[in-house]
Design a protein around this ligand. Structure first.
Ligand code: 48H
Length: 255
């Protein structure tokens, strides 16, 4: 029995990973924008793999605001909540609250049910850059990084790479640094997130969601960091709409 169980786990995992060595879209980071993009792209028929550094996907959703596990959204994202089966309550004015644990788990569940594959405890440490195009990512086990082990990585090919890594926009930052590319921002580089201004941050998150370079896109807080948007705190409408927008952009580009 012991051997069968171990063999089943290894075979199942390697089947899944081998199938994802080449994908349409590689999403880095399983935060809300990345998970929503994954669900939409998978529903649109794209082969999608998400790589998440932490053991638990969900990014910054779980903690709500300052560990109070409720988050706030605006009226215009209620259709997305409904599509993902997330319950919400009116908080008065134009705001609604949702349980952040229910939200995180529903986003993960629906991304996977739509057909996206998720690989957790894997850190994206580099990009694949060929002939003037971002065409994949370089992965390694997160514990390898934590322990500082000198272990070479593996590579995933992708027609589109989405940076959904949140505040640090790690993938775009390393693409600029290592490939020396000029990206689609006013300065041509990563501009850096501005301080808190909720109204502006919510708008700029969606505006800043774009294709930055052939094969390279950013969503959510990564998009804001890249293009110098304001932060917005524990309101998540912009993240949800950013995930939807980037999925639409990638669908158009990969037609
Ligand atoms: C693999 C990685 C890597 C890597 C990071 O931060 P996230 O929740 O992402 P978003 O942008 O969808 O949502 C942002 C939101 O949660 C938030 O922080 C808000 C609204 N803040 C407002 C404010 O004012 O502070 O998730 C990003 C995910 C995380 O799970 C990381 O572990 C993961 O990306 N990640 N995964 N390889 N190199 N870097």
């Amino acid at each position: 029995m012991e051997e069968k169980i171990s063999r089943s786990i290894l075979n199942g995992y390697f089947r899944k990973l081998t199938d994802c060595l080449s994908v349409d879209v590689a999403i880095v980071g399983a935060g809300p924008s990345g998970l929503i993009a994954a669900q939409k792209l998978a529903i649109g028929g794209k082969k999608v793999a998400i790589f998440e550094r932490k053991l638990a996907p969900g990014g910054g959703v779980w903690g709500g605001g300052m560990l109070f596990n409720e988050l706030v959204v605006q009226e215009n994202v209620l259709p997305i909540l409904e599509e993902f089966g997330i319950c919400y309550e009116s908080a008065g004015d134009e705001f609604y609250t949702a349980d952040s644990v229910e939200t995180a788990s529903s986003l993960i569940y629906h991304a996977l049910k739509a057909g996206a594959k998720l690989f957790n405890s894997i850190t994206v440490e580099d990009i694949l850059f060929k002939a003037g195009r971002v065409c994949g990512i370089v992965i390694n086990w997160t514990p390898v990084h934590h322990m500082g082990l000198h272990v070479d990585p593996l590579v995933i090919s992708a027609d589109a790479v989405l940076d959904g890594t949140g505040h640090p926009s790690e993938v775009v930052a390393l693409a600029c640094r290592k490939a020396g590319i000029e990206i689609n921002t006013p300065t041509g580089g990563v501009m850096g997130e501005k301080p808190m201004w909720m109204e502006c941050g919510e708008i700029s998150t969606v505006e800043n969601t774009k294709r930055l370079y052939p094969g390279l896109y950013a969503s959510g807080m990564a998009a804001n960091n890249v293009s110098g948007g304001f932060r917005m705190g524990p309101i998540f409408g912009g993240m949800f709409l950013s995930g939807k927008k980037v999925a639409d952009l990638i669908m158009e580009d990969l037609l």
